[in-house]
Design a protein around this ligand. Structure first.
Ligand code: ZN
Length: 103
């Protein structure tokens, strides 16, 4: 974490160049606090980017999820053990208008 490293540097600088050290320590402490608050607002769980196997749209998904419905095309997507997105159902290549005509 960058803020944490800068905070330590700031603490050291307090003893060498007090004005700069205090300034840096306060700034980096604020950065660390902002990061902590940001994480708690967004939720503890990380998300990752999954690309829909049907429409290639990007979905932000919690890492623990093993399935989802695509944000864009609403089709079901499974996430396998390797973190790869796979189709949860066979892709229906039949055009919708052809289906209706056949009924
Ligand atoms: Zn999709």
């Amino acid at each position: 974490m960058y803020g944490g490293g800068a905070f330590l540097v700031g603490l050291v600088l307090i003893f060498i160049i007090p004005p700069i050290g205090i300034f840096l320590a306060i700034l980096s402490a604020l950065a660390v606090l902002a990061a902590i608050v940001g994480v708690s607002i967004l939720g503890k769980e990380k998300t990752r980017q999954i690309f829909c196997p049907y429409c290639s749209s990007k979905n932000d998904v919690y890492v623990s999820r093993t399935n989802l419905d695509c944000d864009i095309c609403r089709r079901p997507v499974l996430i396998d053990q390797n973190g790869e997105a796979v189709m949860a159902q066979a892709l229906d290549l039949t055009p919708q208008h052809n289906k209706k005509a056949g009924e």
